[in-house]
Ligand binder design. Sequence first.
Ligand code: GTP
Ligand code: MG
Length: 283
Amino acid sequence: MKTIQWFPGHMAKAMREMEGDLKVVDGVIFVLDARCPASTFNPRLKQLVGSKPVLYVMNKGDLADGASDNLLARIKGVAAAVKINSLDRASRRDILGAIEKLIAERKAKYAAKGYNKTFRFMVVGVPNTGKSTLINLLAGGRRAETGDRAGVTRGRQWIRLGDIELLDTPGAMAPSLSNQSFAVRLAYVGCLNDDVLDMDDICLSLLSELYEKYPQRLRERYGVEGGTPLEMLDCVCSRMGFVVRGGGYDYDRSYRAVIDDFRKGRLGRLTLDSLADLDGLEF
Ligand SMILES: Nc1nc2c(ncn2[C@@H]2O[C@H](COP(=O)(O)OP(=O)(O)OP(=O)(O)O)[C@@H](O)[C@H]2O)c(=O)[nH]1
Ligand SMILES: [Mg+2]
């Protein structure tokens, strides 16, 4: 497969702006995808954050299975972390509780001096992890623009709720995707711009990764019983009725369908990263 790379100019600019904004925030909310928290962790962003307190939010928990709890437990061993579903109002309490815990000590200190401090948090993460959706969940309503593709938020935006202020930021990629196993997972879950990717390659790689980890899902939805990824795609076309006039299989349609099924959760809840993937990452 061609090496996956994506670091457009607007991202370099956004990261420079974030560096400046970091000086005025009290902490950082680092949004990860619960299905692949190692792949969606951006070491470059963490470096930028320096010593500010960080809360890791494993978002899209509704799309991840139980294996993601082991990843959460591992991250919790070294940092504050919580798993949520930003589309579910029930998660609001969990995230607010985690934020309160992060600032409790400092809040008490300020309160003792009779000072009612506003705590500012910058919400960061790679594109499409749900930063803006999380802010809307917290703020109650559609305050920040969201969308099911990478790169929706372009400018910075402050949103206030009570004594907390949140800064929405554009998704920020690492300049170099040195780990290509992580890079393909970023592509599967839609954190990279589909237009810069060979989606046929991405789909074949997804099929082979899913067959390795969740063969039953592919069997159930597409009748896949093994074989090469291309043979699996034949099953997809045959089962879903993707044929072109004249009789051949409509592969273009099948690539998009598989990726769409995966992203929309139609292949069930799943977790792509393993505990070993977290090794060596400094949360
Ligand atoms: N299933 C599910 N979908 C979610 C969740 N949070 C966000 N989404 C969806 O994920 C997509 C991306 O959400 P955004 O909030 O725009 O993501 P973002 O991180 O702000 O993206 P950029 O601004 O592009 O960096 C949208 O289609 C959301 O509806 C979640 O917890 N579960
Ligand atoms: Mg956004």
